[in-house]
Ligand binder design. Structure first.
Ligand SMILES: [Ca+2]
Length: 526
């Protein structure tokens, strides 16, 4: 498509011109314009996706997307937390530019987003599931989203007319809504962009009753840095997201439901399980009453207690992943059975990565690898032969690239104001010059839950430089990811890395300037 045509498609007043063409090809299940099905979960670690790491569990349906398409092995976020990540994904911009710096911020949903641009170009756009941006969704023909974080069981949704409670399990319901829209509601003469945002596997990891017995007999390996002492890393030492500590709440997170276990988040557990209907509650109590009995009888302390907590955390988390993977399979089957694989791009990702006990943690936020990275698998439309690459994409991509990529595939002009880049050129089989060699990151949410200090940084193929700043901290960290992939040794000011350190400082200043982050005005050179 020529640049002129792309510009025309992007103009709202002319969008009708594009529709008859779009309709013809859609009816035949032909090629352009391509549809987009974008599936994103909440807090899904790549460690628990078998096409990335098969040591913990199996995810055959997510693997199927990778096996028939692409697995991105260097996929990252810009700010590892829910609302900011969602805003970066929608706008193609860093947090300081789209305004959504923390979960406490309200997203201005009137700004330019890829769904709005697609809508203007004649696409039908829909979003189901988690929104978590406080404002009403904008740029969607259809939206049906969870209230805030949402509930796992019998959740409440917001629709333009008000609130509606739906019976069942959130991952099933969000998939049902999405498939119903595809089957019954969408205008089949138009191309579409369907966004499916799951609540799972967010804390407090409440499994569906059908999966509630899974993994109960399994023992998962403890990560080799589970007992990290955080030497040389004051921000890591100061976090409050330790599995061994009280932050992994005995009531809310471990589901020990007893009047004598009155923890900080006990009321959250009461609130969550009150939503279960009698049948759901019967299954719930059968499993978690038995866990409570085991907890009381074993009378654990110290390392044994920490490892018992780790095992409970892993079991509940992985139970939620089972339902997620099953429901992704339902979407793939629908698209396959309806001849839509030819002209539909399918994306699966998470709003960020997550710790599965590495450094002793659950949660995210840090620029360390487990939460800076995010899984990304993509199945390109079969008819998009110009993007014929399959297998691994090893270049560094970031969630700000999703909007430009999707617009590029749709033939819609990518606004210059977006920070991200379309990664479609990486899929053509031709060598791409000038693809980014470094990534920028900035996390803002402190003081807040989990006490992760504000930080920004740069990551290259081999090294990472991080500055923790504000309040009670002012500290640099430097890692050699080749020699220290677990990021245990802060080598900042180590003489043998002096040259690397200087280059990374220069790169960080360059990126802050390139992305207009005001942090550049601060004295970030030492
Ligand atoms: Ca999240």
């Amino acid at each position: 498509m020529t640049r002129e045509k792309r510009l025309l498609l992007a103009l709202p007043a002319l969008s009708a011109v594009a529709l008859p063409v779009a309709g013809q090809s859609q009816e035949k299940g032909g090629s352009k314009p391509y549809n987009i099905v974008y599936i994103m979960s909440d807090d899904h670690s790549y460690q628990t996706i078998s096409c990335y790491d098969g040591s913990l569990n199996r995810t055959p349906n997510i693997d199927r997307i990778a096996n028939e398409g692409l697995r991105f092995t260097n996929s990252f976020v810009t700010n590892s937390i829910s609302g900011p990540s969602r805003a970066a994904m929608l706008t193609g911009k860093f947090s300081h530019k789209n305004g959504m710096t923390t979960n406490a911020t309200r997203f201005d949903s009137t700004q330019v987003t890829f769904p709005r641009l697609l809508q203007n170009a004649g696409y039908q756009t829909a979003i189901f599931g988690k929104w978590h941006l406080k404002s009403e969704p904008g740029g969607f023909d259809k939206w049906d989203v969870l209230v805030g974080q949402g509930f796992y069981f019998n959740p409440v949704f917001i629709v333009p007319e008000g609130r509606v409670t739906r019976e069942g399990y959130s991952t099933d319901i969000i998939t049902d809504l999405s498939l119903d829209w595809l089957e019954k509601e969408r205008d089949t003469t138009k191309p579409f962009c369907l966004i499916i945002h799951h609540k799972a596997p967010h804390r407090n990891w409440m499994p569906d009753t059908k999966d509630i017995d899974l993994y109960e007999d399994m023992t998962f390996p403890i990560p080799d840095n589970f007992y990290d002492n955080y030497e040389g890393r004051p921000a890591a030492a100061g976090q409050e997201m330790s599995i061994a500590g009280d932050e992994l709440d005995y009531a809310f997170d471990l589901k020990l439901n007893s009047e004598d276990i009155r923890t900080r988040l006990k009321l959250n557990l009461d609130f969550a399980i009150k939503r279960l209907d009698p049948m759901q509650r019967k299954e719930w109590d059968r499993v978690y009453d038995s866990v409570l009995t085991d907890f009381r009888n074993s009378n654990l302390t110290g390392k044994e207690l920490a490892e018992w907590k780790f095992q409970r955390y892993m079991k509940d988390y992985l139970k939620c992943i089972k339902s997620l993977d099953d429901n992704i399979g339902r979407v793939l089957d629908y698209l396959q059975e309806n001849g839509m694989m030819e002209n539909t791009m399918i994306v699966y990702t998470s709003d960020q990565g997550f710790y599965m006990g590495e450094h002793g943690w659950f949660d995210k936020r840090f620029m360390y690898e487990e939460s800076f990275r995010t899984p990304l698998v993509v199945r390109m439309p079969d008819n998009a032969s110009e993007y014929g690459k399959r297998g691994d994409v090893t270049e560094m991509v970031q969630n700000i690239d999703y909007a430009p990529t999707i617009l590029d595939l749709a033939g819609v002009h990518v606004p210059n104001e977006m920070d991200g880049e379309s990664f479609l050129p990486l899929l053509t089989g031709k060598k791409v010059k000038n693809w980014r060699k470094s990534l920028y990151y900035h996390y803002f949410e402190y003081p807040a839950e989990h006490a992760v200090r504000r930080h920004y940084g740069v990551r290259t193929g081999r090294y990472k430089l991080i500055k923790f700043y504000g309040h009670d901290i002012d500290n640099w960290e430097l890692y050699d990811l080749q020699n220290d992939p677990r990021e245990m040794n802060n080598i900042y000011n180590h003489p043998s890395y002096a040259k690397v350190q200087k280059e990374l400082h220069r790169e960080l200043v360059k990126l802050a300037k390139q992305y207009d982050d005001p942090v550049e005005k601060n004295p970030i050179q030492n």
